[in-house]
Design a protein around this ligand. Structure first.
Ligand code: PLP
Length: 430
C-alpha cells in the first residue's frame, strides 16, 4: 500500500514505495543489479513486446530508479518520469524524443550555459535548429513557429537574470498551436509546479536542490500525460508513425491500454536503450534521500536568501541586487504568480567598484564555497565574468545579464547569522 496525498511534504516521503516486498525494509533498497530473471519465455516475450511493463535491464529501468521516478511524477502532478544520468542528458532526450534532423524548436534565450551550448552547437550539428527568443515578450515564441517546430523550451527561474518565465502566457500559445512546452524547473522545485501552468514536460537537473547535498550528478524528465500527441499527428511523426526503432510500434496506439505515456514510454524504450544515459541505482538512492527533505530545505533556502537580498540592498558598496522578490512591475508579477512559498535561493548582486571588487569579494569568502554549482545545502558563490561567462565578449556577457562585478550567490541553509557574517567580512575586503 502507498499513501496517497496532495501535500509535497508527504509525497516526497511516501509516493511510489511503502516497504520492500521481499524484506520489509523501510528505506528504499539499492537494487544494484544489471538484469532481472524472466519467469519464463512467455514473460520475457511480453516484456519485450510491451504487452506487460516490467524490468528487463538496468539501462532502461531499475526498481530504485523507479521509486524516484514515481515520487517525482507524483510531486509534479505528472503520469510518469524517467531518471537519467545528468540534467544535460534529460534536456537532450526531452528534445530528441520529438525532433529529427530538419526539425526545429523555439527556446528562451535565458538558459543555463550548458543548455545553450547543447542547443546552439550540438543540436545544430545534428540538423536540429534551436530558434532563440527573448522571453520578455511571450508572443515572440509564436512568431518563430513553422510546420517543423516541435516544442518550446524554457527555464522557470533562469540565472543570472533571475526573471521568472511567463509559463502560462507561453503555454496558452502552445495550446492554440498544438505545441508542447518543456520547462526546466531545476532552480524552483516545490516553489513551482510547471504542469499546473500548462507545461507538457518538466526537466530537472537533480544534481541541484533535489539531491541537495552535492554528492551526485543526475537528471529527470516528468511526462505530464496531458499533451495530446495523437491529435497533432503531422507535427509528431515520431510518436504517431510506425517506429522502425521498435519493430514498427506506433507509440500513441501502443500506450492505449497503459495510459497517456506515449512520450515517456518511447523515450525509455528507444532513446534510453540506444543512448544509454541511465541513472545509476546508487545515485537514485542518493536523490531519494535528498528528496525526502526537499520541502523543508527549500523553505530554509528561501528564507535565508530573502534575508541576504535585503541585507545586500542596504549595503553601501552594492549598486544593484538581482532577486525576484525585489523586482518590480511585470517581473515581480511573474515571480508572485509562478513561485509559491519563496523566491528561490539564488541572489545576484553588482559591486560599485567593478570587476576587481567582485574578484576580491569571492577570494575573501570563508564559509561560502567558490564553485560552479547551485542547489547545495551549503552556501555557494561564483563570479561569472571571470569563470562561467569568461569566454563571452563583454557585450554578450551584458546581454546574458552578467556585468563585470556581478556575483551569484546560491544561498544555503546554514544559520542566517553565519551567512551574513561571511558576506559582510568579504564585502569589507572587496
Ligand atoms: N539545467 C540547469 C538550470 C542547470 O543549472 C544545470 C547545471 O548547472 C543543468 C540543467 C545541467 O545539469 P547537470 O549538471 O546535472 O547535467
Amino acid at each position: 500500500m502507498t499513501i496517497v496525498s496532495q501535500h509535497p511534504e508527504t509525497i516526497v516521503l511516501h509516493a511510489g514505495y511503502r516497504s520492500d516486498t521481499a524484506t520489509q525494509a523501510v528505506a528504499v533498497p539499492i537494487y544494484q543489479t544489471t538484469s532481472y530473471a524472466f519467469r519464463d519465455t512467455r514473460h520475457a516475450a511480453d516484456l519485450f513486446a510491451l504487452r506487460e511493463l516490467g524490468n528487463i535491464y538496468t539501462r532502461m529501468m531499475n526498481p530504485t530508479c523507479a521509486v524516484l521516478e514515481q515520487r517525482m511524477a507524483a510531486l509534479e502532478g505528472g503520469v510518469a518520469a524517467l531518471a537519467l544520468s545528468s540534467g544535460q542528458a534529460a534536456t537532450t532526450l526531452a528534445i530528441l524524443n520529438i525532433c529529427e534532423s530538419g526539425d526545429n524548436f523555439v527556446a528562451s534565450t535565458d538558459l543555463y550555459g550548458g543548455t545553450w551550448n547543447l542547443f546552439a552547437n550540438t543540436f545544430c550539428q545534428m540538423g536540429i535548429e534551436a530558434r532563440f527568443v527573448d522571453p520578455a515578450d511571450p508572443e515572440a515564441f509564436r512568431q518563430k513557429v513553422d510546420d517543423r517546430t516541435r516544442c518550446f523550451y524554457a527555464e522557470t527561474l533562469p540565472n543570472p537574470k533571475l526573471q521568472v518565465f511567463p509559463i502560462r502566457e507561453v503555454s496558452g500559445i502552445c495550446q492554440a498551436l498544438g505545441i508542447p512546452l518543456i520547462m526546466d524547473n531545476t532552480a524552483a522545485p516545490i516553489l513551482c509546479r510547471p504542469i499546473e501552468h500548462g507545461a507538457a514536460v518538466v526537466v530537472y537537473s537533480t544534481t541541484k536542490y533535489i539531491g541537495g547535498h552535492g554528492t551526485s550528478i543526475g537528471g529527470l524528465i516528468v511526462d505530464s500525460g496531458v499533451f495530446n500527441w495523437e491529435r497533432y499527428k503531422k507535427r509528431f511523426p515520431l510518436l504517431n508513425k510506425p517506429d522502425p526503432n521498435y519493430h514498427g510500434t506506433v507509440w500513441t496506439e501502443a500506450v492505449k491500454p497503459l495510459g497517456p505515456i506515449a512520450y515517456s514510454l518511447r523515450m525509455r524504450a528507444t532513446l534510453l536503450r540506444d543512448i544509454g544515459t541511465a541513472m545509476s541505482p546508487f545515485n537514485a538512492f542518493a536523490f531519494i534521500q535528498g528528496l525526502e527533505t526537499l520541502p523543508l530545505r527549500m523553505r530554509a533556502h528561501c528564507a535565508n536568501a530573502e534575508r541576504v537580498a535585503h541585507y545586500l540592498q542596504e549595503h553601501p558598496l552594492i549598486s544593484r541586487v538581482i532577486y525576484p522578490g525585489l523586482q518590480t512591475g511585470e517581473y515581480r508579477r511573474r515571480a508572485n504568480t509562478y513561485l509559491q512559498g519563496g523566491y528561490g535561493a539564488l541572489v545576484g548582486f553588482e559591486l560599485k567598484n567593478g570587476l576587481e571588487a567582485g574578484r576580491r569579494f569571492i577570494d575573501a569568502l570563508q564559509m561560502f564555497y567558490h564553485v560552479a554549482n547551485i542547489g547545495d545545502a551549503r552556501s555557494l558563490a561564483i563570479h561569472p565574468a571571470t569563470t562561467t561567462h569568461s569566454q563571452l565578449s563583454p557585450e554578450d556577457q551584458l546581454s546574458s545579464g552578467v556585468s563585470a562585478s556581478y556575483v551569484r550567490l546560491a544561498v544555503g541553509i546554514e544559520h542566517i547569522d553565519d551567512i551574513l557574517k561571511d558576506i559582510e567580512q568579504a564585502l569589507d575586503q572587496s
